[in-house]
Design a protein around this ligand. Structure first.
Ligand code: ADP
Length: 493
């Protein structure tokens, strides 16, 4: 398959040019040749680019091979430059070859022309490839040198052959102090011999090892390094080096440790508080019982003998004691939920809801509430807590009804990806969607005189749902009566 060749020919003789062209064709090439006779013409042609080779006569009336070579070199192009001449004088040939000409051929014996061009083009292509490779290596080495992560290269015995400036900045060692030694120079002493063994086994078997080191700087201070160490293979596929890339994560590690400590502290404080709530509410019950019993006794025994004002005071005391009793009971329920450690099991939500409704039988009948229950699924849950959840939500839906309007309550469940969403909808006094903080303990939107209660019920619901890793919230539609409490239960809590 003939190859096309773009030839820039420096030649004043049209006949000689034809001879060269014929020789190229004869040698199996398709020459695309331009002939120039002056430096200016040559420069103009070179600036257009796309040339494969420059062939140049030795003597021209206004130009010559030496000047043509200079013109080519000034252009910065790396093209094979071959001199064709009638008379070849050895010292001239040597002089020009020394200055960069590739070959010197006798015009009368052009048989060597095509092989010479082909050889020179191959050499030029090799040179171009080498230049590209060198440029790539230069960029790579600059990237490693300027990298914001530390790089260390060792030989297969673990002896350091290279460290980049970032390693030096992190460790405090100069490159010449690290090279020739082992990574032990930054060993902090916390990594166990087993871990080192695993590391070594991983990388010598051709895999990447990732881990954390608590390293020691040259000045004795410590820093955390997140490291990846991997083998480097040579052209025949054998491991020749190991490269370790490490990121100084000291700041992150300190923050993580602080966060961890803060979480531990909070968890401890929280469980102490929960224990305290339980103990306090439990122990308060006893004196309260005494207070209530003796006040009631006092009332019964001395009712007739006291004046009406004292009777009224007594009634206040009894009422306050009852409220306190309710509050303590609710607090106990709350602390039991937060301390609960019961296991989860597969439970029928329909049955659980049914138990809750039976517990609320009296208030349902008293309020004339109509409750519709849609199809409810089986879920993985704490059965007692789930019952308590329904009881609190339905209990509230009944309690917070509009005066004179019998409660209508709808309970239903909806399937969503990975979870069930359950809703308890009522037609009561409603709630603003901005009041999501009603789930906080003791948060109430009404006075005790308007609606009795302690403000613990929804906090219990929230705890139950958190225990099940779900979410709970309230929704209401503007202009519509009532509100809807919604909660989710994930398939695997
Ligand atoms: P409590 O019922 O003892 O007041 P909860 O924690 O159960 O305490 O409820 C907190 C507050 O949220 C209630 O005081 C009430 O203002 C509001 N709330 C709860 N459920 C409803 C409901 N179904 N409709 C309207 N308001 C409600």
């Amino acid at each position: 398959m003939p190859k096309s060749l773009r030839v820039l020919l420096v030649e004043d003789s049209v006949d000689d040019a034809e001879l060269v062209e014929l020789e190229l064709i004869h040698g199996g090439l398709i020459p695309d040749m331009v002939r120039v006779e002056t430096a200016a013409e040559m420069r103009a042609c070179l600036s257009q680019g796309g040339w494969d080779v420059v062939l140049s006569d030795y003597h021209l009336p206004a130009f010559g091979a030496e000047a043509a070579l200079e013109t080519l070199q000034a252009s910065g192009l790396d093209l094979p430059f071959i001199i064709l001449s009638g008379m070849v004088r050895a010292e001239e040939a040597v002089k020009l070859m020394k200055r960069g000409a590739c070959d010197f051929l006798d015009k009368a014996a052009l048989a060597r022309l095509v092989p010479a061009i082909e050889r020179e083009m191959r050499d030029a292509a090799d040179r171009a490839q080498r230049r590209e490779a060198e440029a790539r290596v230069r960029v790579l080495s600059m990237a490693v040198e300027q990298s914001p992560v530390a790089v260390m290269i060792t030989d297969t015995h673990g002896v350091i052959t290279y460290v980049n400036p970032c390693f030096c900045a992190n460790s405090g060692y100069e490159a010449h102090e690290a090279v020739g030694r082992t990574p032990d120079i930054v060993k902090g002493g916390e990594t166990s011999p087993e871990e080192y063994r695993t590391l070594w086994q991983t990388i010598t078997s051709g895999h990447v090892w990732r881990g954390m080191f608590h390293n020691r700087r040259k000045d004795g201070s410590y820093y955390w390094d997140e490291a990846s160490i991997s083998p480097v293979r040579d052209l025949s596929g054998n491991i020749s080096h190991f490269v370790g890339i490490t990121l100084d994560v000291t700041e992150r590690q300190i923050k993580d440790q602080e966060l961890h400590k803060a979480i531990e502290h909070l968890t401890e404080a929280n469980s102490e508080l929960e224990r305290f709530a339980y103990v306090a509410s439990h122990d308060l019950q006893e004196p309260l019982r005494t207070l209530t019993s003796f006040t009631q006794l006092l009332d019964r025994r001395f009712h007739d003998r006291m004046d009406p004002e004292a009777d009224e005071y007594m009634a206040f005391i009894v009422d306050a004691a009852k409220r306190m009793h309710r509050l303590i009971n609710d607090l106990l329920t709350y602390s039991r939920v937060t301390n609960a450690d019961r296991g989860f099991s597969r439970v029928s939500m329909a049955n659980t809801c049914d138990v809750a409704l039976r517990n609320l039988k009296c208030s349902i009948e008293e309020a004339g509430a109509v409750i519709t229950v849609g199809e409810l699924p089986e879920v993985v849950a704490d059965e007692v807590q789930l019952m308590q959840l329904f009881q609190n939500l339905v209990g509230n839906a009944i309690k917070f009804r509009r005066p004179g309007v019998p409660p209508e309550i709808a309970i239903s469940a909806q399937r969503r990806t990975g979870e069930w969403m359950v809703s308890v909808q009522d037609n009561g006094i409603g709630i603003s969607t901005t009041d999501q903080d009603i789930f906080e303990i003791f948060r109430r939107l009404h006075t005790h005189a308007e609606y009795p209660g302690t403000g613990v019920g929804l906090a219990v619901c929230k705890c139950i749902i958190q225990h099940h890793h779900g979410r709970i919230w309230v929704e209401s539609k503007p202009g519509e009566a009532g509100c809807t409490f919604l909660f989710t239960l994930p398939d695997s809590p």
